[in-house]
Design a protein. Structure first.
Length: 249
């Protein structure tokens, strides 16, 4: 049976803080390609992924997309938007399908305003999310597509409990901001090197260490910053719970 506390942020809440949210939490299934919110839409629920992964993407005037942040079992989707106008900061797009816990944003914000320990935990998470966003922006500007592709695969692998990632070349190209043939060439190179295997609509992580050696420094920098804030990520594919650790500044 799926537990709300498969999401590490929920698992890290103190018992009384979690109890405030628990009665309003519900389990939902997120489909690959599902749009949770379009840019500017009013955020009415926050989502705490279990084994799904959601990307925040910016839509350019020419229809192109740029990924700005990713959300998985370590965090919450929609909370940052709710801090001010409650208008979505961009398009929240489900990249990897799976389950999530969902709570009305009003319930979450009431708890945020009234529960100091919950508020401190969520502020730490937002700081990590901002660091991730800044690092991804820099990565997109200066690093090659192969290194960025490996960074993205590792990021996805960390947020699920399996080595098989249900990803198409089109989806990955959209997230990397490049053409599909470029992604196909890179994935073929990674497969030839034995780092991944491919089936239709599936990318299998075959040599995690080799992918880490090929990825740019941004992957490690993001993990390190989350660790400094008290968030522990196991290596991708591990099934055991890994909640946010207690942390005092």
């Amino acid at each position: 049976m799926i537990s709300h506390q498969e999401n590490w942020l929920l698992a890290a809440l103190q018992t009384d803080d979690f109890a405030i949210l628990e009665t309003q939490l519900e389990i939902v299934e997120l489909r690959s390609g599902q749009v949770l919110y379009e840019t500017g839409a009013i955020v009415d629920h926050a989502y705490f992924p279990h084994d799904a992964m959601v990307s925040l993407v910016t839509i350019m005037k020419d229809g192109g997309t740029v990924e700005m942040a990713v959300f998985g079992r370590e965090g919450v989707v929609g909370f940052a938007s709710a801090l001010t106008t409650r208008a979505s900061l961009g398009r929240y797009l489900v990249q990897l399908p799976g389950s999530a816990s969902r709570v009305p944003i009003e319930t979450l914000m009431e708890a945020f305003d009234s529960r100091p320990n919950l508020r401190a935990l969520f502020f730490r998470y937002i700081e990590g999310l901002l660091s991730q966003t800044f690092q991804i922006t820099a990565c997109n500007a200066v690093h090659g597509v192969e290194a960025r592709c490996c960074r993205w695969l590792l990021t996805a692998h960390d947020r699920v409990t399996r080595d098989e990632l249900p990803l198409t070349h089109e989806f990955l190209a959209e997230m990397l901001g490049v053409q599909r043939p470029t992604v196909s060439l890179i994935l073929r190179t990674l497969q030839t090197a034995g780092l991944i295997a491919q089936r239709r609509g599936i990318i299998v992580i075959a040599d995690r260490q080799g992918i880490e050696e090929t990825a740019c420094e941004c992957y490690g920098n993001i993990r390190e910053r989350f660790s400094e804030l008290g968030f522990r990520f196991p290596k991708g594919g591990q099934k055991e719970a890994a909640p946010v650790l207690p942390h005092q500044p």
